[in-house]
Design a protein around this ligand. Structure first.
Ligand code: FDA
Length: 325
């Protein structure tokens, strides 16, 4: 029934006029330009949040298009510095050319990570679909080997491979591993991923435990109460928490500037009250701020990739008490 409802929403949204999609996505996208993103971050700072900034766009069709992303992210770095924002970058490796020309894509990412490092800014490689999982992880390993520890990846709880990936990264990066763990937005084939809600939650929670035990910096990116509750219990059992210096023996000296060793991350416009509650309790909370000209393509593509988003958006508008910004 929910599946049918979701498919109906997707089918109708794709046929909706652009202004309507724009009106709906206004809450989830900071706007077409960096100025709008800075405005929103300046406002949300007062809620105790820090940020990660995403220039919308991915899966480019020519390697030249990657130049736009490189130069736009350099502007983002300038804006972070000039406005004294507590923010880092989230990039899509395919927007830097990873699927078109692996070595050029890697070169582009390294160029950005180098500039970011000069400004003491962290770069998160968002995780896209399974075509680029191994390459994205490899980029992070290669950059760490070159001395860039200001870079980390995202892992997706729904994929069967993720626990093995954490083990491999623990070997390669030891305590400088820095993850974002999420359920994974892409509906991957049954042969490589969990597909049921409870299995995905269980697998994601197991990954969170494994990351915490590996001494890694762990950013939990979820709005789902069972995942957040599990995380709070996992932190407590490891004597981790707000304003406590990371007590893990294997957290290592690289961790010292990373506070308590974990943070919560949420998307702009989603479950604000929950984020503010966590911030009030003293947890570090980070908001994902997407902006860019490609807001329309981004909104439609997200819906096509995962129709349950359609249900969540509809729920947020019809029953606003379930998801306040
Ligand atoms: P779930 O989908 O069960 O949502 C729980 C509740 O939150 C819903 O019932 C609803 O109320 C609300 N909600 C969640 N999403 C909503 C939305 N879009 N609109 C309205 N309400 C919504 N994935 C990936 O594959 N690669 C990546 O790099 C990232 N990066 C990333 C960064 C950050 C900061 C976040 C929060 C998430 C991601 N994701 C991601 C997406 C992630 O994998 C996952 O698809 C979504 O977070 C939804 O899963 P939840 O754990 O929030 O649970």
């Amino acid at each position: 029934m929910v599946g049918l409802f979701s498919r109906m929403i997707v089918a109708t949204t794709i046929r909706m006029p652009k202004w309507f999609v724009g009106w709906v996505s206004k809450r989830y996208v900071a706007g077409p330009n960096l100025e709008g993103a800075v405005k929103i971050m300046t406002r949300l700072q007062s809620e105790g949040a820090c940020f990660t900034i995403d220039v919308l766009g991915e899966d480019i069709s020519s390697i030249q298009e990657a130049e736009y992303f490189l130069s736009e992210y350099v502007e983002v770095i300038k804006a972070i510095t000039n406005n004294n924002l507590d923010a880092n970058l989230s990039i899509k490796p395919t927007a830097f050319g990873l699927l078109i020309d692996k070595s050029k894509g890697m070169e582009n990412i390294e160029e950005l990570v180098t500039i970011a490092k000069q400004h003491d800014i962290f770069v998160r490689l968002d995780m896209e679909d399974h075509r680029v999982t191994s390459d994205t992880i490899q980029v992070v390993i290669d950059l760490h080997e070159k001395g860039f520890t200001n870079v980390g990846t995202v892992l997706q709880g729904r994929l069967f491979r993720t626990i093995d990936d954490i083990n491999q990264l623990e070997q390669k990066l030891s305590s400088s591993a820095d993850y974002r763990i999420c359920k994974g937005i892409y509906l991957e084939p049954e042969s490589i991923s969990h597909t049921g809600y409870s299995q995905i939650v269980e697998a994601t929670n197991a990954c969170i435990d494994r990351m915490l035990d590996a001494g890694a910096y762990t950013a939990i990116a979820s709005h789902d109460v069972p995942v957040i509750k599990h995380t709070l219990a996992a932190l407590e059992s490891r004597k981790m928490g707000p304003n406590i210096e990371d007590p893990r023996n294997n957290a290592g000296p690289e961790r010292t500037h990373k506070g308590p060793g974990y943070e919560f991350q949420m998307l702009l416009g989603v479950r604000g009250p929950l984020r503010r509650k966590l911030a009030k309790q003293g947890h570090r909370t980070r908001v994902y701020i997407p902006y860019g000209e490609k807001w329309y393509e981004y909104s439609i593509r997200r819906l096509q990739e995962n129709p349950t988003i359609g249900t969540q958006i509809a729920k947020a508008f019809i029953m606003p008490w379930t998801n306040r910004p």
